[in-house]
Design a protein around this ligand. Structure first.
Ligand SMILES: [Mn+2]
Length: 410
């Protein structure tokens, strides 16, 4: 199956080579895996002589995709997302642009021959186990030109950042890229009681790979609207600098201040409660940080004393109508992030409470919203601004039906 993925990559690379335009548009995610993916692709296309326009996205919003596919004759790349929306991209594209998808999330096949879905999920590899987005990009880079093997260490950073381990160890393709980086003297693996720890050998000494990933995550998320992703890409390719360290410290301070203010607000009556849910709306108060911060904030407060451990936690943040470097985009949506207390986690794990992966997408669908990243204990979706209360009510209805069914089944 891996051979078939490499063959598909070879075919896509050949089409890129034949394509008249020697410029590429790279859209990549803003977490450590997404930034590592963007860095690998940037270097790969640079080396092959292409001009690069790079855009970092928190999500591939439909309104943005509409705009992207108003173009003709371009080379468009998606990294660390979009595997699942290949059919939608195919409909938008209609054979007009050469599109490559280098993702590792659950995927659907493309229906346009000019849309190459190179997501390893379509080739029997598991994105939440075997291969990260950055590792997928590395396979692509290495298939194009074996001289790109020096980028293996960046793939390893992405893989560790996504935290998909088996018994505490990277496995499969993620492990192979890491061993390559070790062979090049750029990393070291140290065995622990359970699993392994991964270290980067930098000019300033050894740095734990997960700490480096957290560094990138902050640049990409808290720094999303302040050139944090550009700095993240630079850090992936060239290492940290006093400038990047300073940006990191400033972003951490902005985050701490915004979170503290919001906590005060919640404590002084800013928390709405329905039967099973407690929720709040931060509007634009987390600007200029990205909308990932609403999830980070919910996680930070979920076990605080001002949070009811028996209710689901939900926070809303308005998505700005702008993509950095791309310009205004009429998104018009609000993001909801949900988390649960340790108490609720126990109930969900034992099947005595409904998981967020069922509750939130179902309610979101009823309101015509957009779901992607939903797991049982963490979930986020988007709905149109103004539907915040309606979404909470939908969830309450779903919970009520769920309870009635559970009782009826006794
Ligand atoms: Mn990823």
């Amino acid at each position: 199956m891996r051979d078939q993925l490499i063959t598909a990559m070879e075919n896509a690379i050949e089409e890129v080579r034949q394509w008249p335009k020697k410029e590429v548009q790279i859209f990549h995610h803003n977490d450590s895996d997404g930034l590592s993916s963007g860095a690998i692709l940037t270097r790969t296309f640079e080396r092959a002589g292409y001009r690069i326009k790079r855009f970092c996205l928190e999500k591939p919003y439909p309104a943005l995709l509409q705009k992207v596919y108003e173009q003709d004759g371009e080379i468009i790349i998606f990294a660390d997302f979009a595997g699942r929306i290949a059919p939608m991209l195919s409909n938008l594209n209609q054979g007009r642009n050469l599109t490559l998808i280098l993702d590792h999330h659950v995927a659907e096949a493309s229906t346009d021959p000019r849309v190459h879905n190179l997501d390893p999920d379509l080739y029997g590899l598991k994105g939440d186990r075997d291969i990260a987005g950055a590792t997928t990009c590395y396979l692509f880079a290495h298939t194009w030109n074996p001289a790109n093997k020096d980028l293996a260490v960046i793939a390893a950073i992405g893989a560790v950042g996504d935290e998909f381990f088996v018994d505490g160890c990277l496995v499969s393709e993620n492990r192979d890229v890491t061993l390559e980086a070790v062979a090049q003297g750029k990393m070291e693996i140290k065995a622990q009681e359970v699993g392994e720890r991964y270290y980067l050998n930098t000019s300033a000494g050894q740095v734990p790979c997960n700490e480096f990933g957290a560094y990138l995550d902050t640049l990409g998320a808290a720094g999303y609207y302040q050139n944090g992703p550009d700095m993240g890409i630079k850090v992936c390719l060239e290492g940290t600098t006093p400038d990047s360290d300073q940006m990191l410290q400033e972003l951490k301070a902005v985050q701490a201040r915004a979170f503290e203010q919001e906590i005060q607000r919640i404590k002084s009556g800013g928390l709405n409660k329905t039967e099973h849910i407690q929720w709040f709306q931060v509007e634009n108060r987390f600007n200029p940080m990205g909308v990932k911060m609403i999830g980070v904030f919910c996680y930070a407060i979920k076990d605080s004393d001002f949070i009811d451990p028996k209710r689901y936690v939900a926070g809303y943040q308005i998505i700005p109508n702008e993509i950095p470097g791309f310009g205004p985009i009429p998104i018009g949506d609000v993001k909801i992030s949900m988390r649960v207390s340790a108490f609720m986690e126990g109930k969900i794990r034992s099947g005595r409470a409904m998981g967020l992966n069922i509750l939130l997408p179902e309610a979101t669908n009823k309101l015509g919203g957009f779901s992607d990243a939903c797991h049982s204990l963490t979930a986020a979706t988007t709905v149109a601004i103004g539907k915040e209360e309606a979404l909470i009510e939908e969830m309450e209805k779903i919970l009520e039906v769920g309870m009635r069914n559970a009782e009826g089944g006794k």
